[in-house]
Design a protein around this ligand. Structure first.
Ligand SMILES: [Zn+2]
Ligand SMILES: [Zn+2]
Length: 497
């Protein structure tokens, strides 16, 4: 599903490679930071006070393609190179999944490559609508709903097969206007609410008309109401629409994990964004279990601010409930949010889709507690934003191009666009699509990226891979709805019920 943006970034990578003559430094602006949120301790037992679960937060990319994907066959990397790239990105685990094939499973490099990473084989399932079907031991009964006599049956049988294998099934880029997931399926484990770079995902947001058109072409299936609702969220980009769709499902009581995926095909590193999964141990099975339990967060990259979100349901001062857990109704619950290295940013605590509080983060290590007594089923989660560093004009220019991509402050919008459309017709639409595609931002990075620290990653790959410092990563993840900030972390909820 990587299209014009990555092609252009790939081009940028080539040109930067030429400009560097292969001798660029290997430093990376963003330093990997120690893992946050790890908690350990005995499971509560007997009369002892309840303790947080034992385990640790692992960081990985749930959406990485290898050369087995048809759209990465020319520039994509082998299984071994993909693992090396994930190591270079500082990840703890990586999920390798290709379009409608499980070739990674049979590839000897899957198990023969020495690595400290947990490597999870999976696939990007489906044609009209993509999903991640991961931690597989064999191919599910279907590789796609497209072409199946009964597409919904194919989806449900696949979800059952993936679960029987100890895997998990998540909807990928569900609000992509060109290829959304609009099947009224059930039983899946999560939603990819952050695909690629927050502000540069796709040309545009999906509309209700796009969805109705999709339904007409796919047997007039009833559209999921939460998707129709989320299509009304405008101005934040299609990742924001996916976030709103996930929240609408949480409101219905569905225990779905928020996941992210770099959707890397080539030219860039995996791990932007990362999905953090709380796992009781460093194994494929434990990571899959963590996703199914909703013990996840999505973060901009491994160097994003670190967040802990926990609750104390029994008033003993021990925050024993973590993300994905349940606390009881009718009791005073203390919630604690801790943000490390988020200074200058802000965070929001959200209850049932409403922001209870949004406030600036003024210290390098800040903790906020909040008490609530939920009377009805409720969900609580946290969003964190980081500040952009825009002191020089090149950084500001890049942000303008990124915001143009997201459709906010676009070069052509509103009444002016419709007036110009009447003169220039489809040519203007083409121009608008180009602006929104991310190509201008990528081409601009090609020319000016070195001034902002963009360089070729010193990693073996079939095609040059570029990496950018944390400052550029933040700009590429600008939140169009709060454009002085980037999205940093989005947590799954703690439930009260
Ligand atoms: Zn896809
Ligand atoms: Zn993909």
């Amino acid at each position: 599903m990587k299209r014009s943006f990555c092609t252009a970034v790939g081009l940028a990578g080539m040109v930067v490679a030429l400009a560097c003559g292969g001798g660029c430094g290997d430093g990376q602006g963003g330093q990997r930071k120690a893992g946050g949120g790890a908690s350990s301790g005995a499971s509560g037992g007997g009369a002892a006070a309840a303790q947080p679960p034992a385990g640790e937060w692992l960081r990985g990319d749930l959406h990485v393609h290898t050369h087995y994907s048809h759209d990465a066959d020319r520039f994509g990397d082998t299984v071994e190179a993909s693992i090396r790239l994930a190591e270079h990105a500082g990840l703890d685990f990586v999920v390798l999944g290709d379009h409608r094939v499980v070739d990674v499973l049979a590839d000897p490099q899957l198990t023969a490559t020495p690595t400290h990473l947990v490597v999870i084989p999976g696939m990007e399932w489906g044609g009209a609508g993509h999903a991640g079907a991961h931690n597989l031991s064999h191919q599910p009964p279907y590789v796609s709903q497209s072409g199946a006599a009964d597409p919904l049956r194919a989806i449900q049988d696949t979800i059952a097969s993936v679960h029987a294998q100890g895997g998990f099934f998540v909807l990928n880029h569900p609000m992509d206007p060109k290829n959304p997931w609009l099947w009224p399926a059930h039983g899946y484990d999560g939603i990819e609410i952050w695909n690629q770079l927050w502000a540069m995902r796709r040309v545009a947001e999906i509309t209700v008309a796009d969805m109705q058109d999709w339904a007409r072409r796919h047997g007039n299936l009833p559209l999921p109401p939460e998707a129709l609702l989320a299509a009304g969220a405008r101005g934040g980009g299609s990742n924001h629409q996916a976030l709103k769709r996930w929240e609408a499902l949480l409101e219905q009581g569905h225990k779905l994990a928020a996941v992210g995926g770099g959707d890397r095909h080539y030219a860039v590193l995996p791990g932007e964004p990362v999905t953090l999964v709380f796992a009781r141990e460093r194994t494929r099975a434990a990571i899959a279990e963590g996703v199914r339990q909703g013990r996840t967060m999505v973060a901009r990259a491994v160097n994003a601010a670190r967040v802990e979100f926990a609750a104390d349901a029994d008033g003993d001062g021990v925050f024993e409930s973590i993300i994905g857990d349940r606390v009881p109704l009718g009791r005073s619950i203390q919630f604690r949010v801790r943000v490390v290295d988020g200074e200058g940013g802000m965070f929001a605590l959200i209850r049932n889709g409403q922001e209870l509080v949004r406030q600036p983060i003024t210290a390098p290590d800040e903790t906020f507690t909040f008490g609530d007594t939920p009377a009805v089923r409720s969900w609580y989660r946290v969003d964190v934003w980081e500040p952009l560093e825009l002191s020089d004009s090149k950084a500001r220019m890049l942000r303008s191009l990124v915001l143009g991509t997201a459709g906010q402050n676009g070069l052509l919008s509103g009444g002016l666009a419709s007036l110009l459309s009447s003169w220039f017709g489809s040519w203007l639409q083409d121009l608008q699509d180009i602006v929104a595609s991310g190509v201008p931002a990528a081409v601009w990075l090609l020319i000016h990226g070195q001034d902002l620290g963009v360089q070729v990653a010193p990693v073996p790959s079939r095609y040059p891979v570029i990496q950018w410092p944390e400052r550029v990563s933040r700009i590429l993840n600008t939140d169009p709805l709060a454009p002085e900030y980037c999205r940093a972390v989005i947590t799954s909820p703690i439930w009260a019920e």
